[in-house]
Unconditional design. Structure first.
Length: 229
């Protein structure tokens, strides 16, 4: 039968042993037949489970899969993170209370691990892996690059150097905004990408149309005149 309700485990006060049917206060072992209800038991969450090195995090308010010594609680992000991220991630206040922007499911209480993007936003680890497989390299929320793209930018540099624009577009520039450093700048136009002059990223968005230099404008006027004749 399908479940049509959710149980608030924090309000659980009594459990019934499936072996001896004794109803009793929630605890790890049956007080009558001593059968173990779970290798791990939390008397706050009333969680019974196999031993997965769980621990209860008081600030998070829930149990996490550990081991505890490999994680720390970031007070600003309001989430337990791997210790190698201590002082090595961008904090976003209460970021774990937002849903994953890829699948729109809860992150804070999910059993799926969270992946911290360079911008500080969170995705489920599985959703991040899906992004990598499909070639989506931007944060769905702020469009910041989702990982270090330096090697890819270097490759675009090479491709642009080998692919000169047609004569009528050479010297044309365009205004852009960089999704990585937020800089506004005017840079050379190229169909393969516009490189931020501030940080070198190609994760940019065009603002307005092409800006042509006076020589180009004169050439276009001459071309128009010839065409009219």
């Amino acid at each position: 039968a399908e479940e049509n309700h959710q149980m608030d485990r924090f309000k659980v006060r009594e459990v019934q042993c499936s072996e001896c049917q004794a109803v009793q206060q929630a605890q790890q072992n049956c007080q009558q037949c001593q059968v173990q209800f779970g290798e791990y038991y939390c008397d706050v969450c009333h969680l019974f489970d196999k031993d997965k090195k769980q621990y209860h995090c008081q600030p998070c308010g829930i149990c996490r899969i550990g081991p505890r010594e490999k994680y720390f609680h970031c007070d600003k992000c309001n989430l337990c993170l791997a210790k190698d991220l201590r002082g090595n991630h961008k904090c976003v206040e209460n970021v774990s209370r937002q849903n994953c922007p890829v699948c729109m499911e809860d992150i804070h209480t999910s059993r799926i691990g969270a992946h911290v993007l360079p911008c500080g936003h969170l995705l489920h680890k599985t959703c991040f892996d899906d992004m990598v497989r499909t070639g989506a390299y931007r944060c769905p929320l702020c469009m910041h690059s989702a990982w270090n793209m330096v090697d890819h930018w270097d490759q675009i540099d090479i491709e642009i150097a080998q692919s000169p624009m047609p004569t009528e577009y050479q010297g044309a520039t365009v205004k852009i905004i960089c999704n990585d450093c937020q800089a506004h700048c005017t840079v050379p136009f190229h169909v393969l990408g516009m490189k931020c002059s501030g940080c070198g990223s190609y994760n940019t968005a065009q603002e307005g149309g092409l800006i042509q230099n006076p020589q180009q404008q004169q050439q276009h006027l001459l071309s128009d005149t010839v065409a009219q004749r």
